[in-house]
Design a protein around this ligand. Sequence first.
Ligand SMILES: *[C@@H]1O[C@H](CO)[C@@H](O)[C@H](O)[C@H]1NC(C)=O
Ligand SMILES: *[C@@H]1O[C@H](CO)[C@@H](O)[C@H](O)[C@H]1NC(C)=O
Ligand SMILES: *[C@@H]1O[C@H](CO)[C@@H](O)[C@H](O)[C@H]1NC(C)=O
Ligand SMILES: *[C@@H]1O[C@H](CO)[C@@H](O)[C@H](O)[C@H]1NC(C)=O
Ligand SMILES: [Zn+2]
Length: 438
Amino acid sequence: MKFLGKPRSQTAVSLPICLLIWNILQPGHSHLYSNRYAGDKVIRVTPSTKEEVYVLKKISHQLKVDLWQPSSISYVSKGTVTDVHIPQNGSRALLDFLQEANIPYKILIEDLQKALEKGSSLQAQRNRRSLSEYNYEVYHSLEEIQNWMHNLNNTHSGLIHMFPIGKSYEGRSLFILKLGRRSRAYKRAVWMDCGIHAREWIGPAFCQWFVKEALLTYRSDPIMRKMMNHLYFYIMPVFNVDGYHFSWTSDRFWRKTRSRNSRFRCRGVDANRNWRVKWCAEGASMHPCDDTYCGPFPESEPEVKAVANFLRKHKKHIRAYLSFHAYAQMLLYPYSYKYATIPNFSCVESAAYKAVNALRSVYGVRYRYGPASSTLYVSSGSSMDWAYKNGIPYTFAFELRDTGHFGFLLPEALIKPTCTETMLAVKNITVHLLKKCP
Ligand SMILES: *[C@@H]1O[C@H](CO)[C@@H](O)[C@H](O)[C@H]1NC(C)=O
Ligand SMILES: *[C@@H]1O[C@H](CO)[C@@H](O)[C@H](O)[C@H]1NC(C)=O
Ligand SMILES: *[C@@H]1O[C@H](CO)[C@@H](O)[C@H](O)[C@H]1NC(C)=O
Ligand SMILES: *[C@@H]1O[C@H](CO)[C@@H](O)[C@H](O)[C@H]1NC(C)=O
Ligand SMILES: [Zn+2]
């Protein structure tokens, strides 16, 4: 549809970038991310005894591996499926070690640099030069996403309003889209955020997809029309803007924010462990170099503080909080920080059950669902628990595709199927909200 197309000026602006990328991709020129992942591997280990757990933890610390799943080595116990990104210079040693210790492992990705360059977004971006329409089937940089938001704000003012809710640590604006038919009548709202964790690129791609679908189908699809008429959607396509930018420019597998620490050289806080709900207890780390670092105090990260302030201010009419992560194929609800059942469990549980069924009806992809603590792992200080504790009755976290075959490098060809099926789940949850739960 024409109204979603890219205006001429923007195409012109992105041309030099495309040419630059074209040059990068030419053989003989430098590689993506300065070739830093050449020879790195991602392996899957499932330790089956206490001794194997001990050994795995010990060498993980020694080799400074980057854990893909679960998000911290402290979560690893007997039977934990553990996906580990090992640096090239340590991979021989680690694999030999595992073999000698008779610990079975499986190689998920043989050469991470090659995997990254193969399905690379940059490859697809080159082709975008000739496209007049905005391409929702590639990953977009932060700058592109923000240009897209400005563009929609200018061309769809009846349905979309874009505004900032604060600034990131590095001074970038934290933009929100408010989506829905303007009405003087009281309307309930749904909050959606994507990209709390920088390397989970499918998240922001889904937030963009959701907005696109709303704009394209609200006239023809009665469910979408109902959603736009009766609700507002507050959508934050990129929560962790600094981290996301960094994952494009320097480290594809960066997870945290980019804030500095006064005593350590390591940067960043896990923006999903920084909320004032059982802050920095089980499933969070006090060490600034860990990927699940909870930060020096709750809401220390300006991104978390800005969103918490916004939700506090609007919590009376926000009925649902949805957060998009990857990867695991799960639909999670509270609690995350403890093993316990939430009050009114059956309403939330039935919403989740229907949503994963709706999702599966498209391509047969199965999602597990349940309380985050027992379905994934215990983590304290998460946004979902915080939103729930602050009175938002329906709070969910999606862990999108896949289950480890591509992991964080989900190819762009899978954006469309992933978003198509997820869309059904989100619509299903939203329609559930509009009904009174029995
Ligand atoms: C591997 O290389 C990194 C940096 O390139 C270095 O910090 C680390 O000590 C090396 N590890 C081994 C086991 O040589
Ligand atoms: C979005 O558009 C409105 C006018 O419709 C304008 O007032 C507002 O400043 C715009 N938002 C941003 C972030 O530019
Ligand atoms: C549970 O449901 C009851 C009745 O619908 C409602 O009054 C109460 O606020 C709900 N509690 C929570 C935590 O959502
Ligand atoms: C929600 O999903 C269930 C199946 O899980 C289906 O029966 C129902 O029609 C769906 N509702 C909407 C509005 O999509
Ligand atoms: Zn995540």
